[in-house]
Design a protein around this ligand. Structure first.
Ligand code: ASP
Ligand code: MG
Length: 420
């Protein structure tokens, strides 16, 4: 069995959805679980619906939701003939689920409503794609993954209940393959034991696909993207970026950790634990080889460059010249945990502690304020954090030419520079 994951860009037009069908035709007689994201920028649009609803702008939230509805109905109309009415009825059921909620007043916290509303994007996209594939003769069974993925109720960042989810996959997903070679379902979403919808964090569909692959002991997971393969840098930032044909899990987890927008960082563990290879391939040109990610050592990698913009540095020092020790640092890490933010780089000195964070204005101010109770805090914004694995001194000089380096941390294979 194989698992395929198609992201939002691969289903954001009728042509792209047809293209997805052509890709599936390249794998006749294979059993495949297909995981799909919301179409294009639907998740962002639904976030706006949630904001308007939660902030008491009910009319606006309904209008914004109306736009999302129309986009999906239009796509379905252009794409489908015989399956249109059935698909339309399904979509309308999902619309009603959301609209009921939008007509109420918010009484619970934001994250709860976020998940109830935002999860609809994946339900819409998969209904349409499934209907299209069936109409095109690519028989598939659509599943509501909320009946399969059980999570806790940490809304917007829900954790999987592996035992229950494993049982559900064995009892309700595997038997579907008796009637169809393709089971098609949503990424990113799940549900609590009280049937409340949950999401696994933005861009979480890769992770959903990895969970399926792990539990099903799949032979491989393929993530279909609009890029040729994994590159050694973002080609928009570094035009000389090159493709990497082969990587190991370790390298990819490091890249994702440092901020490379390749694959959701949580994706690797479920695959590595069962030694399931991950292929990153291009849905625009399936003849390209893409990148294979596995457990074996890979030699002669090019330098891997990750540039994170919009960084801030918090420079904290003790108020009375006492050493910065476990107590201060422990306290700071509690703050990071409380505000759900992870430092991208830290450095401890005698009476100072430095950390670099993503510039999430709402969080940074709160952390700086809370830390100023026990430390002097200085904030510098507008920085970028450059990480290079397998660096050479020569390329370092070239990349940092004319830039001022505020901080530098270096191990044998990785260097991080904070640039102004
Ligand atoms: N649709 C979700 C998002 O845009 C999940 C995903 O695409 O992976 O974040
Ligand atoms: Mg996506």
């Amino acid at each position: 069995m194989k698992v395929f994951k198609f992201g939002g860009a691969s289903v954001n037009s009728t042509e792209r959805i047809k293209n997805l069908g052509e890709i599936l035709r390249l794998f006749p007689d294979e059993r495949i679980v297909v995981i799909i994201s919301a179409m294009g920028k639907t998740t962002n649009a639904l976030e706006k619906v949630t904001d308007a609803f939660y902030n008491g702008r009910a009319e606006e939230s309904l209008q914004l939701f109306e736009q999302v509805k129309q986009q999906h109905l239009t796509t379905a109309k252009y794409l489908l003939v015989t399956e249109y009415l059935v698909c339309e009825a399904e979509l309308k059921n999902f619309f009603t689920e959301v609209e009921w909620l939008l007509h109420d007043k918010p009484v619970r916290d934001y994250d709860y409503y976020y998940d109830q509303i935002v999860c609809a994007g994946e339900l819409f996209s998969t209904s349409i794609v499934s209907a299209y594939l069936n109409e095109a003769g690519i028989t598939n069974k659509w599943l509501d993954v909320r009946d399969v993925f059980r999570t806790d109720d940490d809304f917007r960042d829900a954790s999987i209940d592996w035992d229950y989810t494993t049982k559900q996959i064995e009892n309700s997903v595997v038997p579907e393959f008796r009637n169809a070679d393709i089971v098609l379902t949503q990424g990113f979403i799940g549900a609590t034991d009280e049937n409340e919808s949950t999401t696994l964090g933005r861009e979480g569909s890769d992770y959903s696909a990895a969970i399926f692959a792990n539990i099903l002991n799949a032979e491989s997971l393929t993530i279909w993207k609009d890029v040729e393969s994994v590159m050694n840098a973002d080609p928009k930032q570094f035009p000389g970026a090159v493709s990497i044909p082969e990587l190991n899990y370790n390298e990819v987890i490091e890249m994702a950790y440092y901020g490379a927008q390749v694959i959701h960082p949580k994706t690797i563990k479920p695959l590595q634990n069962k030694n399931i290879p991950l292929y990153v391939r291009c849905f625009l040109d399936p003849s390209l080889p893409g990148t294979a990610i596995h457990n074996k050592p890979v030699h002669n990698l090019p330098p891997i460059i990750v540039l994170k913009e919009k960084q801030v540095i918090l420079e904290m020092s003790s108020k009375d010249f006492s050493f910065i020790g476990e107590q201060h640092v422990g306290h700071l890490y509690h703050l990071f945990e409380k505000f759900h933010i992870k430092p991208n780089l830290t450095q401890n000195g005698a009476i100072s502690f430095i950390c670099v964070l993503d510039d999430r204005a709402d969080k940074i101010e709160k952390i700086a304020l809370a830390a100023s109770d026990f430390l002097d805090v200085q904030v510098i914004k507008g920085l970028s954090l450059l990480t290079i694995r397998h660096y050479t001194n020569e390329m370092l000089e070239k990349i940092t030419e004319g830039k001022s380096i505020l901080l530098r941390q270096q191990t044998l294979d990785t260097i991080q520079l904070l640039l102004q």
